[in-house]
Design a protein around this ligand. Structure first.
Ligand SMILES: NC(=O)c1ccc[n+]([C@@H]2O[C@H](COP(=O)([O-])OP(=O)(O)OC[C@H]3O[C@@H](n4cnc5c(N)ncnc54)[C@H](OP(=O)(O)O)[C@@H]3O)[C@@H](O)[C@H]2O)c1
Length: 385
């Protein structure tokens, strides 16, 4: 039986697929948005080249993957009946990683995270009724904890329905967890809540730049409107993926919810800016927490402009509540389960920023090489436009 994975063309999803390929033997059913089979394969190559060269990628693609060309927001993912039935029949467990992270669009968050989430849960229900579902793993976020200040939040108290949320993303992810518990109560379920996922502690390259760009804008400022001893909970993608893959494959994980975070080991802004100043030979910023109002007016003004600076400012604006809350997420469960804590951001922040700046915050993706595609690579849903 295969593992159904959503979000494999995204940043974290690519790490999950890579971890499943290299550490396990299961076949994967991948949901990919694409108009043609060729586009589906190319989109997977674009996301997975962060982890594999083309030959290895093709080998995995042709022996371990069945692609289902579909969209979360369409009924039964928009798959023809025979393909949907094949998906139900062959799915033995699910890792639902896809989401809209667009903090500004309530419509997108509702459609992808709620309507789309419900479609995945319905697939889970049908697979459970058909052959039994070994596990449903749901990738959520620590943002479900809502508005917070100066806290260390543990898994079991993070969701508090009386609390407001910072944005539609957080609200829909919170309700996504609720739907799963209500609708698949009879299925073994694991909820993973990553903190801010930034880069890879083993190497400088990344294919996701939103948070990196916001962070980059912040560290360029001579004066920061932050409290220097506030902690920021950042975790590398390789640690997050290792946790999800390892725990998903366990027969009996110890818990139902895991914070994938740095917890009380998170570093302060001062520690991070000191480390970056040392590595890059940069000037240390001054900290003036009192200028928050003036700072946000300036960021608002810059974000209305055009170009890289405006984009950085716009990203900083949407991420600001998560930079200013001095809240970290207890990670003792995942540390016990994996036997290791995540690497500290200061140990890999400089190479990450350097790579991102050098590549102008865009991943230098290699195109599909001019080679034959092996025929045995099955792509479902190929009858559709
Ligand atoms: N990145 C972080 O800092 C962070 C922190 C906490 C939690 N998380 C959670 O981690 C998960 C992955 O995040 P990420 O950073 O990897 O995001 P990402 O790079 O934006 O990837 C999102 C994935 O979702 C897919 N998707 C979106 N809408 C879809 C639709 N309508 N139908 C099918 N697929 C759709 C995307 O497909 P396309 O390629 O076709 O768009 C992509 O594969 C999310 O659940 C997120 O909430 C992320």
């Amino acid at each position: 039986m295969a593992i159904f994975v959503t979000g494999s063309t995204g940043y974290l999803g690519s790490y999950l697929v890579a971890g499943l390929f290299t550490e396990h033997r299961d076949k994967l059913n991948l949901l990919v948005r694409a108009k043609t089979d060729e586009e589906a394969r190319e989109r997977l190559w674009t996301s997975l080249q962060l982890h594999f060269d083309f030959r290895n990628f093709l080998e995995y693609l042709s022996t371990r993957v069945r692609i289902f060309r579909g969209d979360l927001t369409s009924e039964r993912f928009g798959l023809p009946d025979d393909e949907y039935h094949a998906l139900v029949d062959t799915t033995g467990s699910i890792i639902h990683c896809a989401a809209s992270l667009n903090r500004k669009s309530e419509r997108q968050c509702l459609n992808v995270n709620l309507r789309g989430g419900l479609e995945v849960i319905q697939l889970g229900r049908r697979a459970q009724n058909r052959n039994g579902l070994r596990r449903y793993s749901h990738v959520s976020t620590v943002a479900v904890a809502g508005t917070r200040r100066n806290e260390v939040v543990t898994e079991d108290v993070a969701i508090d329905w009386a609390r407001s949320d910072y944005d539609p993303y957080a609200r829909t992810k919170k309700f996504g967890e609720h739907m799963l518990h209500q609708l698949l109560a009879d299925v073994p379920r694991t909820v993973f809540r990553p903190a801010i996922v930034l880069g890879d502690s083993r190497r400088p390259d990344t294919s996701q730049f939103d948070m990196v760009q916001a962070f980059d804008m912040l560290v360029r400022l001579p004066v920061l409107p932050l409290r220097p001893r506030d902690k920021i909970d950042i975790v590398p993608a390789n640690y997050v993926a290792k946790a999800i893959v390892t725990i998903h494959q366990k027969d009996e994980p110890a818990h139902g919810i895991y914070h994938l975070s740095s917890g009380t080991g998170s570093q302060t802004y001062q520690e991070l800016t000191d480390a970056l100043a040392k590595s890059g030979g940069w000037r240390r910023p001054a900290y003036w927490p009192g200028i928050g109002g003036m700072f946000s007016r300036t960021v608002n003004r810059i974000s209305r402009g055009k170009g890289a600076l405006a984009r950085g400012a716009s990203l900083l604006k949407v991420f600001w509540p998560y930079l200013d809350w001095n809240t970290v997420f207890d990670n003792s469960r995942v540390v016990a389960e994996l036997g290791e804590a995540p690497a500290k951001f200061s140990t890999y922040a400089f190479p990450l920023l350097k790579f991102s700046r050098e590549n102008k915050f865009r991943y230098p993706a290699k195109p599909w090489p001019a080679m034959e595609i092996p025929e045995k690579t099955a792509v479902a849903g190929s009858a559709r436009a």
